[in-house]
Write a protein that binds this ligand. Structure first.
Ligand SMILES: C[S@@+](CC[C@H](N)C(=O)[O-])C[C@H]1O[C@@H](n2cnc3c(N)ncnc32)[C@H](O)[C@@H]1O
Length: 184
């Protein structure tokens, strides 16, 4: 059965059945958006961009020249194309753990997936962290939100020299990581 076409929900964004946070803004993503600084680096990416919620908060920040939205689900990316019309945005239908950008990014935001089908799998989030560190410049910066119970600290400190928790609530934590260490 085909998914219904994207429709604008009460939150003002196009989504459709089956995409992440269909019909509602994810609380973790909103927390990440609020935790972003007023100025961001020039060349940004969103790994696992979904229907594009994080694009507007990123593109509203000073200093952003380009934003790549990288998403593996075609339907989510189709919604993102409807939601994000800023010419600085580029859309990539790709596996974020394999994607090789034309040039490294100065900054990455992400709310990584933690399910493969319906099974919780923090391995996918870890692969996103490793990928982010590989895609960033030596001075690149990562902002990432995750459910509080997910064990990402070890991978973050293997992949980045500095890791801080900059925001959070009872369910989520927002990390800021700098100085990526893995280059392969
Ligand atoms: C937790 S959601 C976050 C979506 C969006 N960034 C937000 O904040 O609302 C994670 C997204 O990653 C996508 N995803 C899962 N595996 C992926 C992969 N290997 N490469 C790229 N995107 C992937 C999912 O389809 C989903 O849209």
């Amino acid at each position: 059965m085909a998914a219904p076409p994207p429709e604008k929900g009460a939150h003002g964004y196009f989504t459709t059945a089956g995409v992440f946070s269909d019909g509602a803004i994810d609380r973790g993503s909103a927390l990440l958006a609020d935790a972003l600084p007023s100025k961001l680096p020039g060349r940004m990416a969103d790994l696992g961009a979904g229907w594009g919620y994080l694009a507007a908060p990123v593109l509203q920040r000073d200093g952003v020249a380009a934003l790549d939205l990288i998403e593996a689900e075609a339907l989510s990316l189709a919604c993102a194309r409807l939601n994000v019309s800023d010419p600085r945005a580029q859309f990539h239908w790709a596996d974020a753990t394999q994607f090789r950008p034309d040039a490294p990014y100065d900054g990455i935001v992400m709310n990584p997936p933690f399910h493969v089908s319906r099974t919780a799998d923090p391995g996918l989030g870890r692969a996103f962290i490793q990928s982010a560190s590989r895609m960033l410049t030596p001075n690149g910066k990562l902002w990432m939100v995750a459910n509080k119970h997910l064990p990402y600290e070890t991978t973050l400190s293997e992949c980045f020299r500095n890791v801080d928790i900059i925001a959070g609530d009872a369910a989520f934590k927002v990390f800021h990581a700098t100085k990526p260490q893995t280059k392969s």
